[in-house]
Design a protein around this ligand. Structure first.
Ligand code: F0G
Length: 446
């Protein structure tokens, strides 16, 4: 599908951004020239996926579409039980409703915001156990998404009997789409199992993670992406999946597990929240498109083409000396806003400010993955300034050309060149108590 191209003037963008309270989530899509807000649900489906839509079986129970999806999921992840849900956070909602109790502690390598939201809204605690290497954006290491086994063990020891599971996110979105090595996946599962704690893999970008294992980890160069994916999930107890990313569908998700008891428990929450267990919030036709998308997106050529486009954008930023989380991640480039807008204090949200500047410059909508997204500490209500403050430019799958990458890089260079003139950021005028970044209203300072 092709979208009409819409250009705008600086004056128009100034007006629209002010109306959006300096929060790019509040912009209308038609006010955006190149949309890098997310790679979630924004990919272009293939001819085969579109064909599958026509074969959708919309039976309420036992649709052939469910069995087509289930067979593909079993083949790729090697788990016996699958429950569809309408998207990733719905999978979290269903599974966590069964597993998370007030006061629980759930370690993870940088939980995604909805994952953290589903934990904290149940009055449980999410503890980040990502390797410290991820914090240094300029350090080039191949698997920056890894779990720190020392940090994880400390949490497991200190909270014995109170950890219902651990969340292992592949790739690690929050620290920059950074992969987790096969060795780290296996070591993490082994350590958790030693303490009797199951592992739930948050799998939104599992195929990109498998690509990085194939291209960066010794011993995997000759394995297929499908063989690697199967091995990644061998020791995991369950998975939640946002199929909007590596399933290359516009909407969809699922839960997978090896544990029959969990399957039965989750089913009880799926029915009231999502619908009967053979459709779980999805149309039959969309389950078909998902089965096809999973198959295609676990082929090397597809992943190679996609990840190379992201790396091409990174190479342009290298030419201009713009700092980003190195090496380039799978689905996006994460610009280190703290290192670009050095005069904007953290209390004025540098990465959020950079999203505004990039939009004003060229109508490009990126996304803050930083202090705004980090929300406040649920107990102290203080802003969480401890992590990275990044501007994420997510690249939708099969949508933009390399020429778009050039436009994006040039726009960012223009902002970078005038960075010393940007000394003030934004201030919060209104915010929601949880997941504030979607709806926060800001004012521009200075
Ligand atoms: N887990 C990860 C790692 C994610 O990146 C997301 C969504 C989810 C879970 C939730 O899935 O959106 O289908 O409900 N990430 C999107 C993003 C929104 O832009 O990174 P969902």
């Amino acid at each position: 599908m092709i979208e009409p191209i819409r250009r705008s003037t600086l004056e128009e963008r100034k007006k629209w951004l002010a109306e959006a309270h300096y929060n790019v989530f509040q912009l209308k899509a038609e006010q955006v020239y190149i949309d890098l807000l997310t790679d979630s649900g924004t990919g272009a489906m293939s001819d085969r996926q579109w064909s599958e839509l026509m074969l959708g079986d919309e039976s309420y129970a036992g649709a052939t579409s469910f069995y087509k999806f289930e067979a593909m999921a079993k083949k790729i992840f090697g788990m016996p039980y699958f429950i569809p849900t309408h998207q990733g956070r719905a999978a979290e909602n269903v599974l966590f409703s069964y597993l998370v109790k007030e006061g629980n502690v759930i370690p993870g390598n940088a939980h995604f915001d909805t994952t953290k939201g589903h934990i904290e809204s149940r009055k449980a605690k999410a503890i980040d156990v990502t390797t410290d290497e991820a914090k240094d954006t300029q350090k080039e290491v191949p698997f920056k998404g890894n779990v720190s086994l020392e940090k994880l063990e400390k949490v497991l020891v200190e909270n014995k009997g109170n950890v219902p599971f651990m969340v292992l996110t592949v790739t690690n979105n929050t620290v920059g789409g950074q992969p987790v090595s096969m060795k780290n996946i296996k070591d993490t599962c082994a350590l958790c199992h030693k303490y009797g704690v199951p592992v739930v893999m948050d799998s939104a970008r599992f195929a990109e993670n498998a690509y990085f294992i194939k291209t960066r980890e010794e011993g995997y160069a000759d394995k297929t992406i499908k063989e690697i994916a199967l091995e990644m999930y061998k020791d995991a107890d369950a998975m939640t999946m946002s199929a909007k990313k590596d399933g290359v569908v516009n909407m969809g998700g699922f839960i997978g597990t090896r544990n029959k008891e969990w399957y039965e428990g989750a089913k009880l929450f799926c029915i009231p929240f999502e619908g009967y267990v053979t459709y779980g919030g999805m149309n039959g036709r969309d389950l078909n498109a998902l089965a096809q998308g999973l198959d295609e997106n676990t082929e090397f050529d597809m992943l190679h083409t996609r990840i190379h486009q992201v790396q091409y954008l990174a190479s342009l930023l290298d030419e201009y000396g713009i700092p980003y989380q190195r090496p380039a991640g799978g689905h996006a480039i994460f610009v280190d806003a703290d290192k670009v807008l050095t005069d904007v204090p953290k209390e004025e949200f540098p990465a959020q400010t950079l999203t505004c500047e990039l939009y004003l410059e060229a109508g490009i909508r990126a996304c803050e993955i930083g202090y705004m997204l980090a929300d406040r500490d649920p107990v102290t209500r203080e802003n969480r300034f401890g992590g990275l403050d990044l501007l994420r430019m997510a690249i939708p799958r099969r949508v933009y050309t390399d020429n778009h990458m050039k436009v994006i890089a040039a726009a960012l260079k223009n902002v970078y060149d005038r960075r010393k003139t940007i000394t003030r950021g934004v201030a919060i005028e209104w915010e929601a108590p949880l997941m504030r970044h979607f709806t926060v209203q800001l004012k521009r300072l200075g």
